[in-house]
Design a protein around this ligand. Structure first.
Ligand code: B12
Length: 231
């Protein structure tokens, strides 16, 4: 039953069927399926569409349609994750967004959803966020953590600009910076002076827990993590 629903939601994403994706997400939640597993199934389907796009087996409209289907299902899973996390004391404040010049939104949205579910207060600034806006939001919300996403190689360097701006404004020590997204590697994160990198949204939560001084479930982290913490 679980596998059936997960397979079906993957097919709905790959088939650009927003209505079905949303209905299946609702069904998954109503039958008690872990929303994280549903996210994983959707991400796998999205990644496969991306792979097919890269090798010329499908076209941009397929990519957009699959992304739309994923976004149609996401709020239902978001609500369930948040519902499970309600009434917890905030573990810290996170400002998040995708860097300037980059309009990819799905990954950072997942990161934000899981952070909210884990008990963090999150301000998601959205896409193509200017360095000044990241820094202003960190100041305004007195954020403990800044989470930046970049999927385009050409805009990945924007993360460094934000870190430099934090330094220039004397704010670098007050906020932990975590970076991620398809264009980012741990090596890159180290070079730009970030505090941590994770390749997944689940890892981002573990890293946020680590930053917040909370107990970290090491089993959740695939690779990446706080920079300088591993041999
Ligand atoms: C969907 C998609 C789109 C959609 C985006 C829709 C939307 N609302 O977001 C649309 C069609 C609009 C799009 C547009 C473009 N795209 Co596009 N897109 C993708 C695709 C297929 C999937 C991205 C995605 O959503 N993945 C699913 C999510 C869940 O994964 P994710 O974002 O990586 O996030 C996970 C982790 O990285 C991590 N994470 C993410 N952020 C953060 C942040 C922190 C702090 C942490 C710790 C972790 C973390 O957690 C997430 C969950 O585990 C990728 C290919 C791919 N395989 O990644 C290309 C891809 C990213 N796109 C690409 C390109 C080039 C473009 C375009 C320039 C157009 C084009 N020629 O195709 C434009 C960009 C316009 C712009 N200015 O940004 C390239 C980038 C190449 C590069 N390295 O520079 C890719 C890799 C495809 C390719 N190989 O050609 N795209």
């Amino acid at each position: 039953m679980e596998t059936e629903v997960l397979d079906a939601i993957g097919s709905a994403i790959a088939g650009c069927n927003s209505r079905e994706a949303a209905e299946l997400a609702r069904k998954a939640v109503d039958t008690g399926l872990d929303p994280l597993r549903v996210f994983e199934a959707m991400t796998a389907a999205m990644t496969e569409v991306g792979r097919r796009f890269e090798v010329g087996e499908c076209w941009l409209p397929d990519l957009v349609g699959a992304a739309d289907a994923m976004q149609a299902a996401t709020p239902i899973l978001d609500d369930e994750i948040k519902r499970k996390g309600v009434a917890r004391q905030s573990l810290g404040t996170v400002v998040a967004g995708t860097v300037q010049g980059d309009i990819h939104t799905i990954g950072i949205q997942m990161v934000c959803t899981l952070l909210v579910g884990a008990g963090f207060t999150v301000y998601n600034l959205g896409i193509s966020v200017a360095p000044e806006d990241f820094v202003a939001a960190v100041r305004e919300h007195e954020a403990n953590i800044l989470a930046m996403s970049a999927l385009l190689t050409v805009s990945a360097r924007e993360q460094e600009k934000v870190i430099e701006l934090l330094k220039a404004q004397g704010m670098r020590e007050s906020v932990k910076v975590m970076v991620g997204g398809g264009a980012i590697t741990e090596d890159f994160a180290t070079r730009i002076g970030a505090d941590g990198y994770e390749p997944s949204a689940v890892g981002a939560v573990a890293l946020a827990h680590h930053f917040a001084g909370q107990q970290q479930d090491a089993g959740q982290t695939s690779s990446g993590g706080p920079i300088g913490s591993r041999p």
